[in-house]
Design a binder for this molecule. Structure first.
Ligand code: PYL
Length: 269
């Protein structure tokens, strides 16, 4: 998973309301509805959880260290879902001690390898890769007004792409994947997923696309299906700036929001 930069999340908290308005206009769903759909929980369940759990986000200095604004952006997304949340004053183990001492029961924290949400009451753990894959497919399902029977191409069979493909099958979509790394394709456990070998031949054929590739700015508008709907989790964005400008009303893209919201829903599911 590509590491975010401070610049990728700059202004996220302040722009959360306008982001959610755009997301609902594209998908017909709120961020909370997308998270609940992806986690398979009801509105009532997340409402009850928001009154029963308090949440901490712990900054972690491991590896390449803290990303300016990361913990506060995660907290803002969680607050937007109606939960009481705060960022610990301390980092790492001291931050964990602080959170538990204050009776927080859901803990969010990320190093360079994993971003997790841990439910101390139920011992449930949610991973950002799975949550992002499921959350983006739930959003695409909204934007496409249902994916059952639809052909969807997933670019990149990594942490996010593989979970997206699994959830597409759960929704009854016809999932296909493209990944240049043959070892990832060989590891494909589910034979119900079609494997595309020639990206430029495949791209114009699929009306729904999931950009779960670590490559950036390689998708030009003219390569794509004329009516394409795109779910583009995380950074970098696979679309060229020109393609994103022209297609943005049909592109679901954010650095953290859908993945974090779905992690919370999975942690209370
Ligand atoms: C969770 C994000 C989504 C995309 N890439 C992932 C990433 O950037 N991971 C690194 C997160 C490091 C956070 C840092 C902090 O500020 O606590 N340890």
């Amino acid at each position: 998973m590509t590491r975010l930069t401070e610049n990728d999340i700059y202004g996220l908290s302040e722009e959360l309301i306008s982001y959610e308005r755009e997301l609902e206009a594209k998908t017909g769903m709120t961020l909370r509805e997308i998270a609940c759909s992806a986690a398979g929980i009801s509105h009532e369940k997340i409402k009850a959880a928001s009154e029963s759990y308090r949440v901490s986000v712990i900054p972690v200095t491991a590896g390449q260290g803290i990303i300016g604004g990361f913990a506060h952006s995660v907290a803002a997304i969680i607050a937007g879902l109606g939960f009481e949340v705060s960022v610990t004053g301390k980092t790492d183990v001291s931050g964990f001690f602080e959170a538990v001492s204050e009776g927080k029961e859901i803990i969010f924290m990320a190093d360079d390898e994993r971003f997790i949400a841990l439910n101390l009451r139920t011992k449930k753990i949610a991973d950002n890769g799975e949550a992002t894959g499921r959350g983006y497919i739930a959003a695409l399902n909204g934007m496409a007004k249902g994916l059952k029977g639809r052909e969807v191409l997933v670019l990149g069979y990594g942490q996010v792409g593989s979970k997206a493909a699994d959830y597409l099958l759960e929704l009854g979509a016809k999932a296909a994947i493209y990944d240049p790394d043959q070892s990832k394709i060989d590891a494909l456990s589910n034979r119900k997923i079609k494997v595309e070998k020639d990206l430029h031949h495949a791209l114009p054929y699929y009306p729904c696309l999931v950009d779960a590739s670590p490559a950036g700015a390689f998708l030009r508008k003219e390569f794509l299906h004329s009516e394409v709907l795109i779910a583009a989790p995380g950074v970098p964005l696979g679309l060229t700036p020109d393609a994103y400008h022209k297609l943005k009303d049909r592109v679901i893209h954010d650095p953290l929001q859908i993945g974090t919201a779905t992690m919370l829903a999975l942690a209370i599911s």
